[in-house]
Every structure is written in structure tokens, then in C-alpha cells.
Design a protein around this ligand. Structure first.
Ligand code: MN
Length: 245
């Protein structure tokens, strides 16, 4: 039984078959949920999902894999940005990208980060696959807000720089099944670790992970840290409070 505050920092509520049910289940279980979106044009749907719910927080996003195709939605991004503290999913993805694509992705991401900098106090959940160093560079040294590297899978060097620059890291169920991901998480100080479902993309026992699934990550982190489950709960709860404060 988890008594502390639980926070799912990265869930694609709008991509579930039954978003309203998943949102209601998070609400009923009192699990704070940052509901990320992949394009500014779909953000209003998630705002509607959060309406009347205390635990669901809509995030305005522009996913790196859509950033080029949807760059025309940047004005909409700016329009919605002042209505929420939460930003995501944004970042860079170099897996399939040509050098020209990378350049165009960076231009979009830089515009997003600059806008967040200007407003201050935003909470960003960041995609950085094969682009970790550039994401960390783009955020810079004195980012006036909170930034969370979601499903980080990069080098120790970039991780070290991210830590110096103030990054937080969110862990999901897929990472708990990977020795490589666990080795990365072991490098992150406990007070920098947060939870995420990344539902519906991450699966748990053959089903899409939901905000409620993040409770199961607590014992796994307790094992990784070599502490009692209560201690892991208290730590993660305190970390969550910092983000939501
Ligand atoms: Mn995601």
C-alpha cells in the first residue's frame, strides 16, 4: 500500500482507446498525472479530459518525431503555453533522422525551450533518444524551471552533464526490465528520480501501462537503491512534491 504522493510524469492519456476511463481511474486512485500531448492541435482534447479532475494536468507538446511535419503548429504551441505549467512531450530524436532533419528538429525544440525560458516555472518532460547531448545543451545551464529526462537511454557523460545542470529523470516499467536502463538509473541520485507510465506505449504484463501502474515501480526502485519500500516511497513522494509545488 502506497501512502505517499504518487506522480506519473509522462502519460499519453489521449492515445488510449478509452482516455476518459484511464483519466478517471487515475483520479479515483489519487495519482497525479502529467498528461503529455504530441502536437499542439490535440492539446484542447486533453484539457477537456482534465476538466473537473484534480489529478490530471495537461501538458502542451510537440513530439520530436512530429516536429518537422507539424512545425506549422508552433504558433498554437505559444498560444497554449501560457495556460499550463506542463510541457511535453518535446525534445529531439535522432534515430531515423538525417542531418537536415536533425537541424530542423533542433530549430523547433530551441523555439520551444526559448519560450519556456521566457515564461519560467515550466515543468518539461523531455524525449532525448540518441540526442541526449543536444537536448542537454539546448536546455542549458540555468534553465528557469524543472526538466525531466523521460526514459533516458544515453551515455554516462551526457547523464553527468544533465545532473550538473539540474535534470530530473523519470523511470518506467520497461526500464525496470532492462539491465542497461537499471545501470543508468543507478547513476542518478535518488532525489532526482521520478516515475512515469509512458502509457499506452509501455506494457506491463501484456497490457498498456496506466498512471495506476506507477505504484509497482516503487518496490523495483527500493531494490535498486537497497532500501526498504517505505523509504523509497517517502523519497519518491518528496520528489513528486517538488515537481508539483
Ligand atoms: Mn512518450
Amino acid at each position: 500500500m502506497i501512502w505517499g504522493m504518487l506522480l506519473d510524469t509522462h502519460c499519453h492519456l489521449d492515445l488510449f482507446e478509452n482516455p476518459d476511463q484511464v483519466a478517471e481511474a487515475a483520479e479515483t486512485a489519487s495519482i497525479h498525472t502529467i498528461a503529455v500531448t504530441n502536437a499542439p492541435s490535440v492539446f484542447p482534447k486533453t484539457v477537456a479530459l482534465a476538466l473537473g479532475r484534480r489529478f490530471v494536468r495537461p501538458a502542451i507538446g510537440l513530439h520530436p518525431e512530429l516536429a518537422i511535419q507539424r512545425a506549422g503548429e508552433l504558433p498554437l504551441f505559444h498560444e497554449h503555453l501560457s495556460t499550463t505549467r506542463y510541457v511535453g512531450e518535446v525534445g529531439l530524436d535522432y534515430v531515423m533522422a538525417t542531418s537536415e532533419d536533425r537541424r530542423r528538429q533542433r530549430r523547433v525544440f530551441e523555439e520551444v525551450v526559448t519560450a519556456c525560458r521566457r515564461m519560467g516555472g515550466k515543468v518539461l518532460t523531455l524525449h532525448s533518444r540518441r540526442a541526449e547531448a543536444d537536448v542537454v545543451d539546448c536546455i542549458g545551464n540555468d534553465f528557469p524551471g524543472t526538466w525531466i529526462l523521460h526514459w533516458y537511454s544515453g551515455s554516462k557523460t551526457a547523464l553527468g552533464r544533465a545532473l550538473v545542470q539540474g535534470a530530473l529523470f523519470s523511470a518506467n516499467a520497461a526500464m525496470m526490465r532492462s539491465d542497461k536502463a537499471l545501470a543508468i538509473l543507478a547513476q542518478v541520485p535518488r532525489e532526482r528520480v521520478l516515475l512515469e507510465s509512458d502509457g499506452p506505449f509501455v506494457q506491463v504484463d501484456g497490457r498498456a501501462s496506466t498512471p495506476r501502474s506507477v505504484a509497482a515501480l516503487v518496490p523495483a526502485l527500493a531494490t535498486l537503491w537497497g532500501v526498504a519500500q517505505e523509504e523509497a516511497e517517502a523519497q519518491l513522494s518528496s520528489n513528486a512534491r517538488t515537481v508539483l509545488a
